[in-house]
Design a protein around this ligand. Structure first.
Ligand code: AHM
Ligand code: MG
Length: 355
């Protein structure tokens, strides 16, 4: 019989390499795994909501129905507010930092999360995900501050995601490779299924929303043609796949090789920075892809090096095999000077808060 590795065992074994480790971090990851199990269960029941009662109503069991993104958000918060491991949280669903309630102990980590990525896919039974990122507290004092939140991706202590697809898989990294665990529903446990994931050297797919090509910059359009093998001598085209849940598109490309991109938009000069959120989506994925041998860029450089200025700032994103991402950077730098000039000052903006 093969060694059976639960997510808890895996985290504990990794922790042994750090003699000073207190276990706080280990438990924090385990709390996220528990949140994933609860969210997964609720997603499985989502299709029955019409039968059991619509959101906001009581179902046949007398339970109050909730929208899934609200449920996911509250579940992650409630599993982490009282543990003494965090000093603050931030969620894509909330404008401001979420403080730990005063009657609970405050800890030394910060948790940022997107509770339900791709939530528009719920109604059509397509995969959705959860993304999380963990930073260490860097300021003095008991409470988490905006300075603790707005750290660059280079400082991440850990990051991960959960994909709720045909199975539920949690993928995480603490900077020692990327590891995936599949939920066995019959016993309610995550087991190691994807040890030390490396993005395959030969890419298979690219993922983007070509319906918006009209809004793309000239360089991104040319790059799209390059991926299709139309531009560039003798290149074979890559297959195109797009689910509209970044977690799911990223997960596929991580296992099969490829690139996901959501570029900046020049047609809307007020918003040249694309759609995805740096702190809740891009940083975590950039950390993971680098640990798996890939690369993530905003078109100008490494997403992990961006110094954040706003909790909800958006960022263009090109993520996957390094050579595919570097090719995108080349096209952008060659053909998109106007966009670069509009985007660079936004990227380099100073934080607008009192630390
Ligand atoms: P969300 O977190 O509000 O769901 O938005 C992020 C999602 C990504 O997961 C996905 O790749 C993208 O938005 C899809 O956007 P579009 O419909 O514009 O292609
Ligand atoms: Mg999202």
């Amino acid at each position: 019989m093969n060694k059976i590795v639960t997510i808890e065992r895996h985290i504990l074994e990794k922790q042994k390499k750090y003699p000073g480790a207190t276990g706080v971090f280990t438990n924090l990851l385990y709390d996220m795994a528990l949140a994933a199990k609860l969210i997964s269960r609720e997603i499985l029941r989502a299709g029955l909501i019409d039968i059991l009662g619509a959101a906001g109503e009581e179902n046949v069991y007398g339970e109050q129905q909730q929208k899934l993104d609200v449920f996911a958000d509250e579940t992650i918060f409630k599993l982490n507010d009282h543990t003494g491991r965090l000093c603050a949280m931030a969620s894509e669903e909330h404008e401001d930092i979420i403080q730990i309630p005063p009657h609970f102990d405050s800890g030394k980590y910060i948790l940022l999360y997107d509770p339900l990525d791709g939530s528009s896919n719920i109604d059509v039974d397509a995969p959705v995900g959860t993304i999380f990122a963990i930073h260490r507290k860097i300021t003095e004092g008991p409470h988490g501050t905006m300075t603790d939140m707005l750290q660059s991706g280079r400082s991440l202590a850990a990051a991960g995601y959960v994909i709720y697809g045909s199975s539920t898989i949690m993928v995480y990294s603490t900077g020692q490779g990327v590891h995936g665990f599949t939920l066995d529903r019959t016993v309610g446990e995550f087991f190691l299924s994807h040890d030390n994931i490396r993005i395959p050297a030969t890419p298979t797919y690219y993922s983007c929303n070509p319906g918006y090509e009209k809004y793309w910059t000239p360089g991104v359009r040319r790059y799209h043609k390059w991926l299709q093998g139309i531009e560039g001598e003798g290149r074979k085209p890559l297959g195109q796949r797009y689910i509209g849940t970044m977690v799911a598109d990223f997960h596929r490309n991580l296992l099969k090789g490829g690139i996901y991109f959501y570029p900046g938009d020049l047609q809307n000069p007020a918003k040249p920075q694309g759609k995805l959120r740096l702190m809740f989506e891009a940083q975590a994925m950039a950390f993971l892809v680098e640990q798996a041998g890939g690369y993530a860029s905003d078109g100008l450089g490494n997403i992990l090096d961006i110094r954040p200025h706003d909790l909800h700032q958006r960022v263009p994103m090109f993520i996957g095999n390094r050579e595919l991402v570097e090719q995108a950077e080349q096209y952008i730098q060659q053909y998109d000077q106007e966009w670069c000039d509009a985007y660079r000052p936004i990227r380099d903006r100073q934080p607008m808060f009192t630390p």
